[in-house]
Design a protein around this ligand. Structure first.
Ligand SMILES: [Fe+2]
Length: 425
């Protein structure tokens, strides 16, 4: 087998600063857009970030049509509704305002409205056909309002595939927004638990990108167009992921406790973008792969501060609950990198040995989880040992991410990882 020898850095153009949402009219005009679909979710549709966006588009004479039905946890059904809306609307541009779900919905709407196809055509294999996108899409500008998805920088759109109760996605460079408008004014009113979950999602994105299987250990693609967006750890993803881990670890607790702390909140938001560039090129691995069934199989857990009566395990929570067990497991593949990650999180590793690298990193993550009020393991969100086989079954199809684990994980390994994630402290 010939191994990969190349890596690429792909990212959206990013504009960062308090108030930059006001410039989104110009951003779309610059792309030549005259009629734009603005994608958001029902909770945000009457809030300031959307109002500022619509006003900015109107100021530049752009015809903006609001679509506020993006689902907070998108499904194939909610994607298809947005796709219909986009296909009927004859838009020449898209603006997404919201969390990863709104941005991902806009990516899917843009994709299928521009290159119509059966829904499974572009969905990741083995669930879908995973065919490459045939050409460029319409310009999409993403305005994130939660710090943590990094979706403004990636070519990935994630959704729940309802029939098989698992998350999957569509991944192709063409889906990447043309620009991310990263405005700390848009994250000021984020509820604490949402800020904590999205913050830990981005921390885990960066930790996974840093420790992923190196690109040079992946098989070389038969054609350049088949080189995956998630290439494995590489020198470029390393830089962005490292810096993101430092920034989040230093500022997340402050940003959650004091939402009016503009510096901390701004740093966390900027770090989400850095982490997005890191994992958008390097990739994620087991914590993300294992998180999809954890979210998908939720029974009655409702996190503090979320709407009652709507059971939900937020994405960032589902990811980080598996992270300590995963990093204990993957550390033997590259203990130095795991120790380096712990150091970036602020841990003193001067006395640490390579033998306990996994334990040191897991300990740093658990400490952070406790500070921001995460539940104590999968048991606290409603799972027990009897659920583990089903959780493993839901993880196995997530090839795109699990194959980037620095240490291959068999079904038996995954079972043990879920069991070890039931209670964390
Ligand atoms: Fe994530």
């Amino acid at each position: 087998m010939q191994l990969e020898t190349a890596f690429a850095m792909d990212t959206s153009s990013i504009k960062y600063g308090p108030g930059v949402t006001k410039e989104v009219g110009w951003d779309m005009e610059e792309q030549g857009a005259r009629r734009v679909m603005v994608v958001t979710d029902p909770h945000l549709s009457d809030k300031e970030p959307v109002a500022v966006t619509l006003e900015a588009l109107a100021r530049h004479g752009i015809d903006a049509v609001l679509y506020d039905q993006a689902s907070v946890e998108p499904t194939d059904i909610s994607f298809k509704e947005a796709i219909h809306f986009a296909a009927d609307g004859n838009f020449d541009g898209f603006v997404a305002v919201g969390g990863g779900s709104s941005i991902d919905t806009a990516k899917a709407a843009n994709l299928y409205a521009t290159h119509p196809a059966d829904f499974m055509t572009y969905v990741n294999p083995p669930i879908g056909k995973g065919e490459p996108v045939p050409g460029p899409l319409k310009p999409l500008v993403a305005v994130p309002t939660t710090a943590g998805t990094g979706s403004e920088t990636t070519g990935v759109a994630i959704f729940d595939f309802l029939e098989i109760k698992a998350k999957t996605g569509i991944a192709h460079r063409s889906l990447r927004p043309i620009k991310g408008v990263v405005d700390p004014n848009n994250t000021r009113s984020l509820p604490k638990m949402i800020a904590a979950c999205t913050g830990l999602d981005q921390l885990t994105h960066a930790l996974e990108a840093l420790t992923a299987l190196p690109y040079s250990q992946r098989p070389a693609p038969e054609h350049p167009k088949l080189r995956p967006a998630y290439q494995g750890a590489n020198p470029i993803s390393h830089i962005w992921a490292s810096r993101a881990i430092e920034m989040i670890s230093r500022h997340l607790v402050r940003a959650i406790e004091y939402p009016s702390d503009d510096e901390a909140r701004g740093e966390v938001l900027l770090a989400a973008t850095y982490a997005g560039i890191g994992f958008g090129n390097g990739g994620c691995h087991l914590p993300h792969g294992m998180s999809y069934p954890v979210s998908g199989m939720v029974r009655d857990y409702v996190p503090e501060g979320y709407p009652p009566g709507q059971p939900l395990i937020p994405h960032g929570m589902a990811v980080v609950l598996n992270a300590p067990a995963v990093f204990r497991f993957t550390a033997p593949a590259n203990p130095e990198m795991h120790l380096y990650a712990a150091k970036l999180m602020g841990c003193d590793i001067s006395d640490a040995s390579v033998e306990n690298a996994g334990e040191v990193l897991a300990g740093s993550i658990i400490e952070m989880m406790r500070k921001v009020g995460m539940p104590n393991g999968l048991r606290a969100v409603g799972y027990g040992p009897d659920d583990v086989d089903k959780l493993v079954e839901g993880t196995l199809p997530q090839h795109r991410v699990t194959k980037l684990s620095p240490r291959p994980a068999s079904a038996e390994d995954l079972k043990q990882l879920f069991l070890n994630s039931l209670t964390l402290w």
